[in-house]
Design a protein around this ligand. Structure first.
Ligand SMILES: [Zn+2]
Length: 475
């Protein structure tokens, strides 16, 4: 909530209240009339559901503005009323933009917003519920009139004028689509080295439909839509801010009093760039910030993006590095098994190292090599290479016979691999083809009566899936 009504609510006495506020009821009736501090102070059937804060153009729920703190509300009510009388209303109706005051229910200590002029023109009153689209369209117009919005436009123009790289600087020009004849009115337009740029200030909850329609328009026009925020913090980010942020390579730009001063000082357009950095494991960092010159930014009109930090490129680098690390581990295990490293002098040390590397990939190996079911690897590598891998035999079909004899619980995965790697026909043709045919038929017959003997052992499935991604899903 904006600062001007976020006073602490500790005050327990009301006698310091400004004059003109309705006093509390006499003690005798107080019990019944005092609002429950756990209840919203808004009436249940309020006609005005949202109001716009004229300072920054935010649309707020009337329920939130009125809140639950009676003391705070009494003061806010006074302040809001005076602001209407001064002609600078704190709040206007989100739908029609007419100034609103806070009124009290005639019968209960409950409150609501009421138009200064109730002339029956506000659709919030006359038409009842508006469609989301109508609300969005109207809300946007309201926000256009906020003081902060006007100030932001002036600031951007000042900064652009101070920077010699921009030409044709205009506030709220009409931009007519060359192809469609559609019209837009960007907050500020300028040319930057020939590229037309539409600067739009993101203050209110601009609906995703509006954001995407504008994007499409400027893309089609060969221009660039450049969003500018008045603030961009983790706490105050709204969903619509993320629609802009995530579609802009996770970069956002802020213009405020400090950036304007810095721009005028340096005679170039400076903005505060806010971005996030990808971290390993596909997470994102907190927000980074830096005062950046516009000419340091990468502009990509084809993607309607402008950024200082290339999030996508960095994330790709991290992914490539992670993929390379995974592939290296696969290759190393394959070579180790092929060279019967598990019989070597350093077999236990090798295993410990593999175990640590697998753990980084989220896969757990048994602590000791002796606990691992090694044949599952030798037979799958054999299928992959179409010849015994880390074994003395010459032909793949010999491995097949061994699996069908001594390792029936691996036969399902082995045959799955043989098919996946396209070894079925060549393996069948090896040696005396009728032998394997007979053996396999025997297995199939036995499988029908004793399925349990052929059930794959799943304790190392995660390891197998990691080493043989091309065999996933395993049967
Ligand atoms: Zn209204």
């Amino acid at each position: 909530m904006p600062d001007h009504y976020s006073e602490p609510s500790r005050a327990s006495r009301i006698d310091g209240m400004p004059p003109g506020v309705e006093p509390l009821r006499p003690p005798r009736r107080r019990r019944q009339e005092r609002p429950d501090p756990n209840d919203d102070l808004i009436v249940e059937d309020a006609a005005i559901v949202r109001v716009m804060d004229s300072e920054d153009g935010r649309h707020l729920l009337a329920r939130d503005v009125l809140g639950r703190d009676y003391v705070r509300l009494m003061r806010l009510r006074m302040e809001a009323n005076s602001s209407v009388q001064r002609g600078e209303p704190m709040y206007v109706c989100s739908i029609c933009g007419v100034a609103v005051r806070i009124r009290r229910s005639a019968t209960r200590p409950k409150f609501f917003f009421k138009h200064r002029h109730e002339d029956g023109n506000c659709p919030a009153i006359t038409a009842g519920l508006l469609s989301q689209e109508e609300v969005n369209a109207r809300q946007y117009n309201g926000a256009k009139e906020s003081r902060l919005h006007r100030r932001m436009k002036d600031w951007i123009c000042e900064c652009l004028q101070a920077d010699g790289r921009f030409t044709d600087i205009e506030q709220e020009p009409t931009w007519k689509g060359a192809l469609t004849g559609e019209r837009r009115r960007p907050d500020v337009r300028a040319r930057y080295h020939g590229l037309p740029i539409a600067f739009e200030i993101q203050l209110s909850t601009t609906h995703l439909d509006v954001i995407s329609a504008r994007r499409d328009f400027y893309l089609q026009e060969g221009g660039l839509l450049f969003w500018v925020f008045a603030e961009f913090t983790t706490d105050y980010r709204r969903m619509t801010d993320d629609d802009v942020f995530y579609n802009n390579n996770l970069n956002a730009f802020v213009v405020n009093a400090e950036t304007v001063a810095a721009s005028l000082d340096a005679e170039e357009f400076k903005l505060e760039c806010v971005w996030t950095v990808p971290t390993p494991g596909n997470e994102v960092s907190g927000l980074h910030r830096r005062l950046t010159s516009f000419h340091e930014l990468t502009l990509q009109p084809q993607q309607q993006r402008a950024f200082y930090f290339d999030f996508d490129a960095r994330r790709q680098e991290l992914q490539d590095a992670a993929n390379a690390e995974r592939q290296k581990l696969r290759d190393d295990v394959e070579a180790w098994v092929g060279a019967t490293g598990y019989y070597g002098e350093t077999a236990n040390e090798d295993w410990a190292q593999f175990r640590a590397r697998f753990r980084r990939q989220g896969v757990e190996l048994p602590r000791y090599l002796s606990e691992f079911d090694r044949p599952v690897l030798t037979m799958l590598y054999s299928a992959k290479h179409n010849r015994p891998w880390g074994q003395d035999q010459k032909k793949l079909v010999e491995i097949a016979h061994r699996v069908a004899g001594a390792y029936k619980h691996h036969l399902t995965w082995f045959m799955h691999a043989v098919r996946k790697y396209g070894r079925l026909d060549s393996m069948r043709a090896e040696g005396d083809p009728s032998k394997w045919q007979r053996k396999y038929a025997e297995c199939q017959a036995e499988y029908r009566t004793n399925r349990a003997a052929y059930a794959p052992r799943r304790e190392h499935q995660a390891v197998v899936e990691f080493l043989f991604p091309e065999l996933v899903p395993l049967p």
